[in-house]
Design a binder for this molecule. Sequence first.
Ligand code: NAP
Ligand code: ZN
Ligand code: ZN
Length: 348
Amino acid sequence: MTNTKAIGSYATEKPLEELTIQRRALTTHDVEIDINFCGICHSDLHAARNEWGGTKYPIVPGHEIVGRIAKAGTDVTKFKIGDLAAVGCIIDSCRDCDPCKEGLEQFCEPGNTIVFGSVDKHLGGHTFGGFSSNIVVDENFVLHVPENLNLAAAAPLLCAGITVYSPLMHWKAGKGKRIGIIGIGGLGHLAIKFAKAMGAEVTVFSTSKAKVADAHRLGADFVVLSTDAEQMKRQPKLDLIIDTVSANHNVNDYFRILKVDGTLVIVGLPAEQLAVGAYNLVKGRKNFAGSNIGGIAETQEMLEFCALHNITADIEIIQAQEINEAFDRLEKGDVHYRFVVDMASLKQ
Ligand code: NAP
Ligand code: ZN
Ligand code: ZN
């Protein structure tokens, strides 16, 4: 067991601060990763502020982790010391249930181990995430980062990236498909890049006038200011909509602009329940679906897709000491388009 510097918080109302956590001694299949960068996802904010309920304190958030292998257990075969490595949300699962056997570890039936806030099977207590200097993870839950990607800008792919890549692939976004993306934040801006790279026509819905020009730069074919009722009324129908909004909003507005048999996939996780008008779904046999991150193999596939198409996140690199300010800006939607913490700043 080793002591590790981390950034976390002791209670809902408390800011994040520097603290010391323990990482386990390596088992034969574990690797220790020196963390270079960790992205800040809105889920880190929801969890740190206990917006979903059930947060275990102290919490060390962070689940978009990239770095290099510092140590490897004796039976490790997939990595060697010095390799680039990444860790997302899932750090273990039962490996035996039907979803696990299908590579859907995110839906592990007995329950997977999430990088922060899950029961720690090795040390007791709960797991601590990537706002820290290093992490110990079973090599089977560690990803290879393609060398051609900028390391800091690749970090957000580990959650924001896979969370939008997975439903775009599942619902077959591609040439001839009209795709809508709601919200231009961490998830949304990557969804625009992926859907374009897949060959789809992309319409973006944003509440922020200031992001309209940027949405075009990111690859959007059309941008709709969702607060403008006239623009929403004129909107042609779409095949698939990915909804990344982090707060309560009216999904019924979007059911109306789906084609017959079209699907709205919710990936955003507002704390409040969303109201659904049944008529908006029954008229047009529309589908309201959800999707949650992605399995380990699919996450690796997504990283290879990014390497091929040269896709990374648009990021603002911050120091560990600036995390609270970044959380406040994230809350306000003031992010272009992912904060990434430079973990070297934690070691100073
Ligand atoms: P983010 O960077 O804060 O982006 C969310 C965007 O939603 C904002 O930039 C804003 O875009 C829009 N928005 C915010 N408040 C809104 C409101 N009241 N009405 C309409 N639009 C609003 O967050 P993120 O990191 O991308 O995460 C988005 C959500 O996905 C969070 O709830 C997060 O917990 C969840 N999440 C889910 C998964 C999963 O596996 N399902 C994985 C990761 C994250 P505009 O300014 O363009 O309107
Ligand atoms: Zn996330
Ligand atoms: Zn399982």
